[in-house]
Design a protein around this ligand. Structure first.
Ligand code: ATP
Length: 235
C-alpha cells in the first residue's frame, strides 16, 4: 500500500533520514521504533509532504512525490502529529468538523461519522462542547486520532500517541487502534513504548541514526536481544 524507497531528508547539514526503504501492506499495523532523534518524525513528515524528501514514495501505486500535503490527504493518508496539535480554542466537535473539511461537506454523513468516533472514544462524546485546550492529554490524543480519521484515510499515521499519557489512558488509545484495525484500517505507528507497540503491530522497523537498523515481524523483534536491551529495558 505504501512503498518508501531510499528516502533521504536533511535539514541543512543534518541528515535526519538516510536511505530508508519501508513497505506497508493493506490492513497491517506497522510500528516504527527508535531512540529520540533517530529520524522517526522526520520520516513521517516526509511521507505527508511536510518536509522535502528525496527518493521514491508510492501510495496504492500512485507516485506521491511533488504532491502538497492536502493532496496526499485527499489521496488517503492522514496523520495525528506528535504533541497532538488540536485546535485549542475550538470545541471537540468543531475540531472534528475541521478534520473532515477537505473531503466533504455533507453534514448528515459527517455527523454520523463523528458519532462513530464517539463510540470508539466515549470520553469525547461527554466533552463534545468543551474547548480542546482544556481537555486532558489523553482526551486530546483521542481527539487528534478522531480528527485525522475524519478525512476518511486508508492509511492512518500516528506519531507517539502514548507520549506523556498515563498507562490506563494509553490502554484506551491502543484499544481504539485495535478496533480500527479490525475495521480494516492500515496503521503506521511511531512509539517510544516499544513493548506496547510490538504487542499490537504485525511488523516493525527500528531506526537508528536515520537508517533502518532492524526490521521484521513484531513477534520476532520482541524476542530480539538487541531490542530487549535497547527498548524493553532488558525485560
Ligand atoms: P523523537 O523521538 O525525539 O521525536 P525522532 O526519531 O522523531 O525523535 P526527528 O524528530 O525526526 O527524530 O529528528 C531527527 C534529527 O533531525 C534530529 O537530530 C533532530 O535534531 C533533527 N531535526 C528534526 N527537525 C529538524 C528541523 N526542523 N531543523 C533541523 N534539524 C531537525
Amino acid at each position: 500500500m505504501l512503498d518508501i524507497d531510499d528516502m533521504e531528508i536533511s535539514y541543512g547539514p543534518v541528515r535526519a533520514v538516510r536511505g530508508v526503504s519501508m513497505r506497508i501492506a493493506q490492513g497491517e499495523i506497522v510500528a516504527l521504533l527508535g531512540a529520540n532523534g533517530a529520524g522517526k518524525s522526520s520520516l513521517l513528515r516526509g511521507v505527508m509532504g511536510l518536509v522535502p524528501a528525496s527518493g521514491q514514495l508510492r501510495f496504492e501505486g500512485r507516485d506521491l512525490r511533488g504532491l502538497p500535503t492536502p493532496q496526499r490527504v485527499m489521496a488517503g493518508l492522514a496523520m495525528a502529529p506528535e504533541g497532538r496539535q488540536v485546535f485549542t480554542d475550538q470545541t471537540v466537535y468543531e475540531n472534528l468538523l475541521l478534520g473532515g473539511y477537505l473531503i466533504r461537506r455533507d453534514r448528515e454523513r459527517v455527523a454520523r461519522q463523528i458519532e462513530g468516533y464517539f463510540e470508539m472514544f466515549p470520553r469525547l462524546r461527554e466533552r463534545r462542547e468543551q474547548v480542546a485546550g482544556t481537555l486532558s492529554g489523553g482526551e486530546q490524543q483521542m481527539l487528534a486520532i478522531a480528527r485525522a480519521l475524519m478525512s476518511n484515510p486508508r492509511l492512518l499515521i500516528l506519531d507517539e500517541p502514548s507520549l506523556g499519557l498515563a498507562p490506563l489512558v494509553t490502554v484506551d488509545i491502543f484499544r481504539g487502534l485495535k478496533r480500527l484495525r479490525a475495521e480494516g484500517m492500515t496503521i503506521l505507528l511511531i512509539e517510544q513504548m516499544a513493548n506496547q507497540a510490538l504487542a499490537i503491530a504485525d511488523r516493525a522497523y527500528v531506526l537508528e541514526g536515520g537508517s533502518v537498523m532492524l526490521e521484521g515481524p513484531a513477534a520476532e523483534l520482541r524476542r530480539d536481544p538487541r531490542i530487549r536491551e535497547a527498548y524493553l529495558g532488558g525485560e
